[in-house]
Design a protein around this ligand. Structure first.
Ligand SMILES: Cc1ncc(COP(=O)(O)O)c(C=O)c1O
Length: 327
């Protein structure tokens, strides 16, 4: 998770010097906001994936916490691209963070927001093998927060203690991921992913009220509709997971990953099922710049400096229809 530079309030700071004071209220009480975005090395060169939507969610998370973002969505997107270029990365994970400085009181009013952007190289989140073979998961004994005690639409840093407790317990127990139920006992989401199940050719996913509105979730719903699947947003019980034909999770980190086993029960055939495969392939096709949504979801407009001098420069150019124009 190291890089050469981190962007801090408009300046590119060497990694070792990117520090904040011990008395940041964000460190003591958890009021901060973050995002997770990917940059893929695509047919058009490095391209950020749905960066605009991530930065809109970032500014909305800041708004939910009661602040206005010190930077516009455009400025934040520029900051991300500047940071990737400064670190000379082609594919990476991007971590924008809003943290606070001010008095150590339980009062947000006197604190001031600051923004940083870090980037680092990152592979598959639940393991490369899991993309095909599937990962194991357990239903966590930690409940997902009630939307009125924490703000489920916002990526507020302190809320992720809940995710960390659930995920750490799952890992210690020999599973790769934790599935969390909401306060009514219905399936909510995983520690950092949204969840889908397939049954009798239909796709089901929990409604949005108690979960993070995932951007990958939105991609998958769009792609599933295109592939002719009905996607139903409704409450899902724990045992509906056990009898599903297929289960997969979505997230910037996990991308589209099947679950092969939950609570020691095999899901479907115990490996990636055909519907998951179709959706996963459509997702990666677009993320790599070759699908119908590549032009809409990817931004490669900034990558000239990285492209220059690379073997790809000039050999492939963006085409109007989102397909790669090879020479
Ligand atoms: C709790 C939670 N749910 C779902 C997701 C998936 O969201 P996205 O697809 O926008 O990365 C994330 C990741 O940001 C998350 O932290």
């Amino acid at each position: 998770m190291k890089s050469d530079f981190i962007w801090m309030d408009g300046n590119l700071v060497p990694f070792a010097d990117a520090k904040i004071h011990l008395h940041s209220p964000s460190l003591h009480y958890g009021p901060g906001v973050f995002e997770g975005v990917r940059c893929y090395d695509t047919a058009y060169g490095p391209a950020t994936f749905r960066l605009w939507e991530h930065m809109v969610r970032f500014t909305r998370s800041i708004h939910v916490l009661g602040f206005e973002s010190p930077y516009s969505v455009d400025e934040l997107c520029d900051a991300v691209h500047e940071t990737i270029l400064a670190n000379n990365l082609r594919a990476c994970y991007i971590r924008p963070l809003m943290y606070l400085e001010g008095p150590l009181a339980l009062n947000l009013a006197e604190t001031f927001p600051h923004v940083s952007v870090s980037v680092w190289e990152w592979g598959t989140f639940l393991g490369k093998e899991a993309l095909e073979k599937g990962a194991s998961a357990m239903v966590s004994s930690f409940t997902r927060m009630h939307p009125n005690s924490s703000m489920t639409k916002a990526k507020i840093t302190g809320q992720y203690v809940n995710s960390m407790l659930a995920k750490s317990m799952a890992l210690k127990s020999g599973f790769k991921e934790a599935i969390m139920l909401d306060t009514e006992g219905f399936v909510a989401e995983c520690s950092g992913e949204n969840i889908f199940l397939v049954r009798d050719g239909k796709i089901f996913t929990p409604p949005r009220a108690a979960i993070l509105e995932g951007i990958t979730r939105d991609c998958v719903i769009t792609l599933a509709h295109d592939l002719g699947y009905e996607v139903i947003e409704e409450k899902i019980s724990r045992d509906q997971l056990y009898i599903a034909d297929e289960i997969f999770v979505t997230g910037t980190a996990a991308e589209v990953t099947p679950f092969s086993q939950i609570d020691y029960r095999k899901i479907g055939e115990g490996k990636r099922g055909p519907v998951t495969k179709e959706i996963q392939e459509a997702f990666f096709e677009n993320a790599r710049g070759r699908g119908k949504y590549a032009e809409k979801w990817l931004d490669w407009s900034w990558n000239g400096a990285l492209q220059a001098g690379s073997e790809k420069a000039g050999s492939k150019q963006p085409a109007e229809n989102g397909k790669v124009a090879t020479d």
